[in-house]
Design a protein around this ligand. Structure first.
Ligand code: NAD
Length: 362
């Protein structure tokens, strides 16, 4: 992928041979949405719907293209029979989201006849998925009362924890977290649960968030330190950095000062430039656990609704993130490539094998 931003879609810098991109509009409800289906070789494209007040339609398109591609890799490396998709609705979820708009959006999802299955993402709640479910069966993350699998965040946090432990074992020779200094950035649904697990294993946790109230709450609850100076955050003398807020925090600026030897967190798209920064991480001997691999607990949880997994099966598959993370580190060493590249290679090889099986020639 190059860097030019010319061209609406096929020459877009984040276009990666996406199978289908659907622009959905409705004058009456004000709906403006884009559904991105990246690849359905392994199964229907599953991925959440994000409602965000994008600065421009270009930003919304970039987001859906990047996120849907990420979902393809996440499902493939996790061994799920799913493809990658994602949807974005342009608008402020707090003021512009209505039941009528969600129903209209759901009718577009339905029109794809199951090629795309939606779920919750930023700006969405379980209640919204329940409304979508009134219009189409192609939705996951509905309430437990309607047969849904419940809140995915604790499962996501468990997968991140297992990936973090595997990366620690690789980098420090043991996955014992006793006394390890861990910075958790973002103590929301996933971050707080990760803090709980880290503290239970004897790690020395430092938390950071833009929400001062949450910081106090979580600090008191788990007796952990707060770091509230954003200017010095990345210079902290920690062993492990767990990004659990926003993406692109691993970039030229942060890599110049980062002291952590392990990076493992829940945030999507942590590497600002996955090729360039993946390589820098390798050169600096920082063990980076690829985000789309270790934050897959949430998708395992929603996939359980389709595959009818039991709770034990969900936790078992999520725990396996530990083994897959170690395999990725081993492959990266063997091929002398970044862990991100190794993870993508494994995901792509699974997709290619399925293509060969189906005799699909591209
Ligand atoms: P959340 O909204 O519950 O929590 C995010 C937290 O990050 C909030 O407390 C927020 O105040 C904080 N935050 C936002 N900007 C920040 C900044 N600049 N610096 C520090 N803190 C900041 O979200 P979540 O569900 O916990 O998800 C966390 C991350 O993990 C997101 O990037 C999400 O996309 C990703 N993720 C979540 C799941 C899941 O199951 N919830 C699954 C896969 C990936």
């Amino acid at each position: 992928m190059g860097n030019n931003t010319e061209g609406l879609l096929f020459a877009h810098h984040s276009f990666d041979n996406h199978e289908q991109v659907v622009f959905c509009t409705d004058k009456e409800t004000g709906l403006k949405a884009i559904i991105g289906i990246h690849d359905t070789t392994l199964g229907p494209a599953l991925g959440g719907t994000r409602m965000w007040n994008y600065a421009s339609e270009q930003d919304a398109l970039t987001d859906v293209l990047r996120l849907s591609r990420g979902m393809t890799y996440k499902a493939a490396i996790t061994g799920l029979d799913l493809g990658g998709g994602k949807a974005v609705i342009i608008g402020d979820a707090k003021t512009e989201k209505t039941d009528a708009l969600m129903r209209k959006f759901a009718s577009y999802v339905h029109s794809l006849s199951g090629r795309y299955i939606t779920a919750e993402d930023m700006g969405m709640e379980t209640r919204d998925m329940d409304i979508v479910h009134e219009v189409t069966p192609y939705v996951t993350g509905i309430s437990e009362a309607l047969g849904g699998a419940g809140n995915p965040s604790p499962v996501t946090a468990y997968g991140v924890f297992m990936g973090l432990k595997a990366a620690t074992k690789y980098r420090f020779g043991s996955d014992d977290l006793t006394g390890k200094r861990v910075l958790v950035q973002g103590i929301g649904h996933v971050g707080e649960e990760l803090v709980r697990q880290l503290v239970a294993e004897g790690a020395e946790v430092i938390i950071s968030d833009i929400n001062a109230v949450r910081l106090q709450e979580v600090s008191t609850k788990y007796n952990v330190a707060i770091h509230d100076d954003m200017n010095t955050l990345y210079e902290l003398d920690v062993d492990i950095y767990a990004p659990c807020a926003m993406g692109a925090t691993i970039n030229d600026t942060t890599l110049a000062v980062l002291k952590a030897k392990v990076i493992a967190g829940a945030a999507n798209n942590q590497l600002e430039d996955e090729v360039k920064h993946g390589k820098v991480l390798r050169d600096k001997n920082i063990a980076y656990a690829p985000d789309f691999l270790i934050n897959a607990g949430g998708i395992i949880n929603v996939y359980a609704e389709i595959a009818k997994f039991t709770r034990e099966e969900i936790m078992e598959k999520t725990a396996n993130i530990y083994n897959t993370t170690l395999e990725i580190f081993a492959l990266a060493d063997e091929k002398n490539i970044a862990t991100q590249a190794a993870a993508i290679a494994i995901a792509e090889s699974r997709i290619q094998a399925k293509r060969n099986e189906k005799n699909i020639v591209l």
